[in-house]
Design a binder for this molecule. Structure first.
Ligand code: PLP
Length: 428
C-alpha cells in the first residue's frame, strides 16, 4: 500500500512555543493524518495563547508585568517541602500509588474537611484523590455527560467547564453571572427544558474570575434546585482559604442533604501555594466519587506517593502561611483599589480570591483593552471574554505580583493614559 501523501500545510498548529527555543527558530511539523473532530471542536487553551503573546513581548525586550496569572507567588511552606524531601528518599514511595489516593492521604483530607467545615466524610468511600481540580473537573464531566446532555455552567467561568463539556459531546448551558446579582446565578431563570435535559450543574465560590462569594443560603437554594431537577452539583472550591475581612467560605456539605446530590473539588494549589505539585481531592456523594475514581483509574495512575505525603503535611500541618499570604493579597488589593480609583475606575475591595474583575474603559472591548495594556504598558491582563461571552466588557487583574511591580504597572497605566474614560477623552 502506498503511504498517504504528505501534506505541506500543518493541519493543527501546536499551541505555544517550545520551552527554551526562541520564537524565530520554532518550526511546526507536518502530519499526514487529521486530528479528531473532538480535537477540532475546541479552541487552543486560552491561557496558553495569552502566554504566547507574553513570551513574544518578552522576546521583543519588553519588561512585561504579568497580572494575568492565578498562581501564588509565595513559595510552598517549608514543612511541606521538607516532607517531600524525606519521602522521596524512601524507595517504597517510588512504586505505583494505589488508585484513588493512599488511605493516609484520604484520611488527612477527611480530617481537614472536618476541622475546617465541620463536615464528616468517609475517607474510604467519600474521598478520592485528584491530580488537581482541573483534572477533577474534566473527569467529573466525563463521568456524567453523554452526547446531547446539558451541563449548566457559569458564564464567565474557568474555561475547562465549557471545553470538557464539548469534549464529552455535551452541550454547555451558560448561566450569566452579573454584577448586579453579586455574580451569583439566577437559578430560577434557567428554562424548564434545559433543567430537564441537564445532568450536571457546576459552580465555583469564591469565584474565579469575578471574586463573587456565596453564603450558605445560596448553597441551600442550590441543593434544593438540584434535588428538584435531578441534577448532580459539582462545586469547585478552589479558594476556601483566600478570604478577607471575616468572610468564611462554606462547603456545600454544610447544607443538610447536600451529599445526596453533590460532589466538591478541593485543591492544594491555591490554599498551600502548591500549583506545580498537582494534588487535590474530591469529596461527596459516594456514587459520584466512585464514578469519578473509576474514570480516573482508566486514564491516570494517581499521584506520586511522595507528593501525597507532602499533601498530608499540608493538610495536617500548621496553617499560619494562610494568614501571612492573605495579608499580602490584602495589601496588593488595597493598593490596586487606590491606584485604579485614581485612574477613574469605580472599584470595591474584593472579599475573596486574588482576582479583581473590572470593567474595560467605556466603549472598549475586552480584546482591545488587553491588547492596549500589553502593547502600550507591557502589562498582561486576560480579556474577560477568555472566560465566556458575558466577560465582554471586562478584564481580570490578578494580585500575584509583589507590591512594587503592581505599583509600577499602575504608574505605566497613568503614563500611557490608560484610564477608565480614555476612549471618551480620545474622541474629544
Ligand atoms: C486554579 C483553579 C482550578 C485548577 O486548580 P488545580 O488544582 O491547580 O488544577 C480550578 N478551578 C478554578 C476556579 C481555579 O481557579
Amino acid at each position: 500500500m502506498d503511504a498517504p501523501a504528505r501534506r505541506s500545510e500543518p493541519l493543527y498548529e501546536v499551541v505555544g512555543p517550545a520551552v527554551g527555543v526562541p520564537a524565530s527558530e520554532q518550526t511546526i511539523g507536518v502530519l499526514a493524518m487529521e486530528v479528531s473532530k473532538r480535537m477540532k471542536s475546541i479552541p487552543p487553551y486560552i491561557f496558553a495563547e495569552i502566554d504566547k503573546k507574553r513570551q513574544a513581548a518578552v522576546a521583543r525586550g519588553v519588561d512585561v508585568i504579568n497580572l494575568g496569572i492565578g498562581d501564588p507567588d509565595q513559595p510552598t511552606p517549608k514543612h511541606i517541602v521538607d516532607a517531600m524531601h524525606k519521602a522521596i528518599d524512601n524507595p517504597a514511595n517510588h512504586k505505583y500509588p494505589p488508585f484513588g489516593g493512599t488511605p493516609e492521604f484520604k484520611a488527612a483530607a477527611a480530617k481537614y474537611i472536618k476541622n475546617r467545615f465541620g463536615v464528616t466524610v468517609d475517607p474510604a468511600t467519600e474521598v478520592t484523590s485528584l491530580i488537581g481540580s482541573k483534572e477533577g473537573l474534566h473527569n467529573t464531566i466525563m463521568a456524567f455527560i453523554d452526547s446531547g446532555d446539558v451541563n449548566i455552567i457559569p458564564d464567565p467561568a474557568y474555561p475547562v467547564y465549557k471545553t470538557s463539556t464539548i469534549l464529552a459531546g455535551g452541550e454547555p448551558y451558560f448561566m450569566p453571572l452579573k454584577a448586579e446579582n453579586g455574580f451569583l446565578p439566577d437559578l430560577d431563570a434557567i428554562p424548564a427544558d434545559v433543567c430537564k435535559r441537564a445532568k450536571l450543574i457546576m459552580l465555583n465560590y469564591p469565584n474565579n474570575p469575578t471574586a463573587g462569594i456565596a453564603d450558605l443560603e445560596f448553597f441551600k437554594k442550590l441543593v434544593a434546585f438540584a434535588k428538584k431537577h435531578d441534577l448532580l452539583v459539582c462545586h469547585d472550591l478552589s479558594y476556601p482559604e483566600m478570604t478577607y475581612e471575616g468572610y468564611v467560605a462554606p462547603s456545600i456539605f454544610q447544607v443538610e442533604g447536600a451529599k445526596d446530590v453533590a460532589i466538591e473539588l478541593h485543591t492544594l494549589s491555591k490554599s498551600f501555594n502548591m500549583t506545580g505539585w498537582r494534588i487535590g481531592f474530591a469529596i461527596g456523594n459516594p456514587v459520584a466519587v466512585k464514578a469519578l475514581g473509576s474514570i480516573k483509574s482508566n486514564c491516570d495512575t494517581d499521584i506520586f506517593r511522595a507528593i501525597q505525603i507532602a499533601g498530608i503535611a499540608a493538610l495536617e500541618g500548621p496553617m499560619d502561611h494562610i494568614e501571612a499570604c492573605n495579608k499580602l493579597y490584602i495589601e496588593r488589593r488595597d493598593l490596586a483599589v487606590k491606584e485604579l480609583t485614581k485612574l477613574g475606575w469605580n472599584v470595591k475591595p474584593i472579599k475573596a480570591t486574588f482576582y479583581m474583575w473590572l470593567p474595560t474603559p467605556e466603549g472598549m472591548t475586552s480584546a482591545e483593552f488587553a491588547e492596549i495594556m500589553l502593547d502600550k504598558a507591557g502589562i498582561v491582563v486576560p480579556p474577560g471574554t477568555a472566560y465566556g461571552p458575558q466577560g465582554e466588557g471586562w478584564f481580570r487583574m490578578g494580585l500575584c505580583a509583589d507590591k512594587d511591580r503592581m505599583k509600577e504597572a499602575f504608574d505605566r497605566m497613568a503614563k500611557h493614559e490608560i484610564t477608565f474614560d480614555m476612549k471618551k477623552k480620545a474622541k474629544v
